[in-house]
Design a protein around this ligand. Structure first.
Ligand SMILES: [Zn+2]
Length: 254
């Protein structure tokens, strides 16, 4: 660069500006703090990367342990049994408590329509649906019909995603493995579908509502409300397709 020569002994205008107006003590302090913030940001990023490496190593160790147990387990009960032994007391307690709530909700979605309005647990059909929605918003679901993982989305047959030692004898699915013996399926269920699905896959505890149960419950009620009069009559006549709303209305004489 061809900078014009500056006359000796005379500071450049910019120097004057920097010294006299830009680099005030406050400005210097601010620049120092910016530099230190930058350093802190670099340190934070390095620490995050370090923690990520530690977590990845730990995840590999845990996965290897799960796979070792999966190799040994002949039945689903054995697989869950071995893994449950590795749970800490607080985790086990937490899972069991969460499961109690879920079981009560599922029971309610099967039998709650029987309760008289005087019962303290009485709920309208809308209130049951709201209760389900709130629980799902707070706790997620156990994925059994909709999956995040591309591998699980494309896995067939879908009904057998949690195949047990009994399902492998199904003549329509030759070569089917129990899910814990299929490393890719097992690892995807643990990795990609959220905590309730991981817990269900490994330990068999239902700490959130299963997707299919909720979808079926809601779809049947929706069908009842939107079908033709003849369709609604089918709901009432046939025990097998009677929905929660049919039973609720019949009991409460709407
Ligand atoms: Zn119905």
């Amino acid at each position: 660069m061809n900078e014009p020569k500056r006359k000796r002994g005379r500071p450049r205008k910019i120097d004057v500006l920097l010294r006299d107006s830009v680099l005030t003590p406050e400005k210097i302090a601010e620049l120092r703090s910016m530099a230190s913030k930058k350093e802190q940001a670099v340190e934070r990023a390095q620490e995050a990367a370090r923690q990520e490496r530690v977590a990845a190593v730990e995840q590999t160790r845990v996965n290897n342990q799960i796979l070792a147990h999966a190799t040994k387990a002949r039945t689903l009960a054995e697989f869950h049994g071995i893994l449950r032994e590795s749970l800490s007391e607080p985790s086990l307690k937490r899972y069991l408590e969460a499961q109690e709530v879920v079981k009560a909700m599922i029971r309610y979605s099967n039998e709650g329509w029987q309760l008289p309005p005087t019962d303290e647990d009485f709920m309208t059909v809308e209130a049951v649906i709201d209760l389900f929605d709130d629980h799902i918003a707070n706790h997620g679901t156990i994925h059994d019909i909709e999956f995040e993982s591309f591998i699980l989305q494309n896995w067939h047959p879908q009904w057998a995603i949690y195949s047990t030692e009994q399902d492998v004898n199904d003549p329509t699915c030759p070569g089917l493995l129990p899910y814990w013996k299929d490393t890719e399926r097992l690892m995807e269920l643990c990795r990609a579908e959220g905590e309730p699905t991981r817990i269900y896959t490994l330990y068999g505890f239902e700490t959130a509502l299963p997707q299919y149960h909720v979808a079926k419950f809601k779809a049947r009620i929706q069908e009842h409300r939107t079908t033709s009069a003849a369709g609604r009559e089918m709901h009432r006549i046939h025990e097998s397709i009677r929905c929660y709303l049919c039973r609720f209305e019949a009991t409460h004489k709407f």
